[in-house]
Design a protein around this ligand. Structure first.
Ligand code: CP
Length: 333
């Protein structure tokens, strides 16, 4: 676990532009909207014959995934390539980390290769923040998920998916369901939804999977899923983070599914036009019924597709913020 500081002290440059992307917490509505608008332009580009732009031409992006990933790692790689960057995916299992090299030494080694951006996933909360605080000036750091703390690009691709289907956030009641306690995705979603003005954010979970004082984030807590789902516009399911459970917080997966799994029956309680989301990887028959995951309300694969556009947006914005700062510093020399 790393110590946390006010993220905006380091994730914004002196002009208020993004230069790292570490968390959705504390970012303004204008900034989140700029990310969504920029991502929208890349969604349109993905429909073109030529899916590349030169925004990161000549830049080197290093993907450092100290934890497993399918969606995030692949879409960051694709996003960087579509921005014309040179991309290096460090395989942590076969890297010198497995010989005991520290995170700091790995970073200094990658910096010595004149990297311009690190995309980092790490099991320790605050790891991306620590790296951004210690990295060479003008190297951008993008958080691809740190411990239980934050997964900001996941939250923003979720916001993009909601905006595409629902338009405005203000009329929406959104339910986040499942393992809130261990979920970096839930925290980032809650901060983004609040800032973007969602009418009501509900969290639905057994008390053993709810963080203490979660209400302080501006959410309404439900332990009864049947009550919590009533008339909601968006259902955001979460994965059971068994790798982060240090004690028996669940009676059994089948009991969890009975009480908190999203089934066709339970989905009938939501608004008729509701949509269903899940960040993946999904556990069918544990968090969600197969017919719901593959059904007409499911946005699960749309979320994956939107991940490319959102990651292109934050990478290009952060690199732009770093370059603006660099130019301002050179101008004042
Ligand atoms: N949603 C998500 O972070 O998935 P991965 O672990 O596959 O990257």
């Amino acid at each position: 676990m790393f110590e946390q500081q006010d993220p905006n002290l380091i994730q914004l440059n002196s002009a208020g532009q993004l230069k790292h992307f570490l968390t959705t917490e504390g970012l303004s509505r204008e900034m989140l909207t700029e990310i969504l608008d920029t991502a929208d332009s890349f969604v349109d580009m993905s429909a073109q014959q030529v899916k590349k732009v030169p925004l990161l031409r000549g830049k080197t992006v290093v993907n450092l995934f100290f934890e497993a990933s399918t969606r995030t790692a692949s879409t960051f790689e694709l996003a960087a390539k579509r921005l014309s960057a040179d991309v290096l995916n460090l395989n942590i299992k076969t890297s010198s980390t497995s010989k005991g090299e520290t995170l700091k030494d790995t970073l200094m080694t990658m910096e010595a290769m004149h990297s311009d951006m690190f995309v980092v996933r790490h099991s320790d909360s605050g790891a991306a923040h620590y790296i951004a605080s210690n990295v060479t000036p003008h190297v951008a750091v993008i958080n691809a998920g740190d411990g239980r703390h934050a997964h900001p690009t996941q939250a923003m691709l979720d916001m993009l998916t909601i905006r595409q289907h629902k338009g405005a956030f203000e009329p929406l009641t959104v339910a986040i369901v499942g393992d809130i306690l261990h979920s970096r995705v839930a925290r980032s979603q809650i901060h983004a939804l609040r800032t973007l003005g969602a009418k009501e954010i509900r969290v639905i979970a057994p008390t053993t999977l709810l963080p203490r004082h979660i209400e302080a984030l501006g959410v309404t807590v439900y332990t009864d899923m049947l009550q919590g789902l009533k008339d909601v516009d968006v259902v955001m399911m979460l994965r059971l983070q068994k790798e982060r459970m240090q004690s028996a917080l669940l009676p059994s997966e089948s009991e969890f599914y009975n009480l908190y799994g999203l089934t066709e029956e339970k989905l009938k309680l939501t608004h008729p036009d509701s949509i269903v989301m899940h960040p993946g990887p999904i556990n069918r028959g544990v968090e969600i019924e197969t017919s719901v995951a593959d059904g007409p309300k499911s946005m699960i694969l749309k979320q994956v597709t939107n991940g490319i556009a959102v990651r292109m947006a934050v990478m290009s914005m952060a690199m732009g913020g770093q370059m603006t700062e660099h130019q301002a510093e050179r101008g004042s020399e």
